[in-house]
Design a protein around this ligand. Sequence first.
Ligand code: MRU
Length: 352
Amino acid sequence: MIAAMRYENHVLHLLDQRQLPVVETWLALNNLESIAQAIETMVVRGAPAIGCAAAFALAIDVQGFADADSFGGYLPQFHRSIQRLGQTRPTAVNLRYALAAFEDLAKTFESKTPIKEVRLAMEDLANSLFADDLATCHAIGRHGAALALGQRISVITHCNAGALATAGYGTALGVIRAMHAAGHISVVYVDETRPYLQGARLTAYELEKEGIPYQLITDSTAAYLMQQNRVDLAIVGADRIARNGDTANKIGTYGLAIQCHYHGVPMFVAAPWSTFDLDLEHGTQIPIEERHPDEVRWIGKERVAPASAPVYNPSFDVTPAPFLSGFVTEHGVLRPPLKAAIATMSNGKGAE
Ligand code: MRU
């Protein structure tokens, strides 16, 4: 089974995704700062996986805290740790969701709550967020498989929203896995996803390992494929979805959505309910991370541009809701009008 992380004996083991697909190296991290840096440097990435790694970082932080016997003594460090993790990557809201779960748990402690009790509760919370995400991905896969309408279809995806981006199985790739298991996939077109190549390096790696038929394409090939009627469906993940359905995902998703719209290819976003940010009315409010210029100037160890070429490198873009055919969540598929569907879900009512 492909996994991005495992937590054992107060140590978080992370598969170093920067090295994939060439080598599979695991890093063993036993303190919060090293995990925060692993998130920043993309050892671990993908919205739900970032949230899970941050949860384990907090569980590890309190295990290592030896300066007081009760929660009150740990509280100042707890606040600093939450803040440190919150600064790692700004766009994926799952990170904030995980940190908020810990803050809610902290509110249930008293100053004199024994630190031993806090350690156990925080470890339980991290483990349960991880287990929930895995179950959620399987549920997304089950709901999404129905989008094939019982046919053998070709699907296009962007970036990596797979086992490596979650607690396992994946969101968009979870749907593709479930479709493949049901015999509904003819081919998956994998956008290489410049500049960081999550499609070429990670999605192709996952599909190859699992024997799911795929073809790797450059990002600029997608429109041409659609013009030839070779794409039946697009499915991507998300980092944050505003209340009106506007969706932030890996840079290039918006371009893909415009191409799908023009060519009449339905485009779905697969995402857990924890990726919906109901505090934001629309997508322009989503903070977009800009990453280092060298990600564009270099491909792996090769420099492909002048060393000081001025670069604009937003890591995400926002697809306006009208370009989307729906959301595949663990609760079911939400269909347009998406703003109303999201409101209905947030009021505790079901999806399709
Ligand atoms: O910069 P990354 O690799 O963290 O970006 C990942 C994506 O954009 C994914 O599509 C998204 O986080 C969903 S992962 C289930």
